[in-house]
Write a protein that binds this ligand. Sequence first.
Ligand code: ZN
Length: 431
Amino acid sequence: MVDSSRGYVPPAMPDGVLNPTYDSWYWSLDRIDQDLTWELAQRSRTLGFKTYLIDAGWDTVAGEYVKGLRGSTGNYLAPKESFPDFAGLIADIRNRLGMKVMLWMQQYALGRRSFYYPTLGNALCLVGDPELGPPAETPFLCPRTYAARRHMVELFGRVLEDYKPDALWFDWQEEIPQTCSAPHYHEYERFGDGYNATQQTIMETIRRISPEVFVNMRWPFANLNNKPYTHLWQPIDSAGDFEAMRLRAMVMRPFCAGIVMGTDEMYWDPEISDPQAARFMAAVVFTGVPYFGPNILEEPASRAGMLRGWLDFYEANKEDLVGGDFHPYGDRDRPDQYIEGEHAAFVYYGNRYRGPVRFSKPVGRLHVVNASALSGIDLWVVGLEAGRYRAQISDLDLGNEIDSRSVQLSFSSRLRFEVPVGCLLTLVRMP
Ligand SMILES: [Zn+2]
């Protein structure tokens, strides 16, 4: 309803929007450089990733991210010390590895040590009542000013021309102050009008210079208001907690028409067991476009096959997984999910549930992942095509079958199979 009242038209979706994406942020933070990025890009390509997200750390020198107002955030000029040839690195990832490159930006943030500060410092938001004392400077460019909007045109023009990214990942917009007591001139009376005008300016600049570039935003500014300026949504940071990530993404689903749902750059401790790591992988692939961020330099060797298996599974089923009908089921406080696609249905089996999972159309191919903490599944499904099925149970790599047999199933069936934790049951109707 909000969409139609605003005349929202979903954007065209470049191919890359569905790409599984790798990002090292949760373990490297902004301590990245040209060699590490190239090493990780090559490794992630081997695992099956198709986009590499270069997170905070390319934009200015390492260690500045946490300094906020006191630092040099806002430059978006790769430092020569850590990235001797940043444009060349991006070109190599694209041309030699065949991957797309996504660049992190927090374009509303500006630190006092940024080289933009002398000219843009007076466009920063000040907060506090001037009658009670001097208002405090914040690290946020005021979106109600002309200077901020003009800066976005120049900044995005330069970044897109110099580095030629395929996609952009926008950060830290939820804390822009909505009231501003700076003495600068406000072109827009209301915060929302100024913010939307600036967002529109950014999107128009991107479309003018690089129409194929797509934009990823995370909750909470991945919201109904920002839909016209983005392609992909993801939930807020949920490192180390796949269940929080999965449920946070689910909450955004009812509002995401026209947008593609993605996931947090899922990180887990390299020390966890393989079945536990498989639960992280399953939660990501059954939630949306997969974004992963484990430390692939430290992970045990067994995990490479698992990640590759899950990314292959995603590639083979991505239209159904991303574009199918998404339904919560089970415990209303902690629902699991199933997805009905054109060619197959997918059940995320996270908790035991006695009630039926009801399919709205005949299902001839069904994938059930055991994402629970216990071995074995016991699931009542309604809506299968009656007949004989090939029932296959995978290993953790999803590559080999540990069991395969023929079973008779009816429209309403109780599926009880010895599926180990993190493995997949595939049921295919036999001709
Ligand atoms: Zn202002």
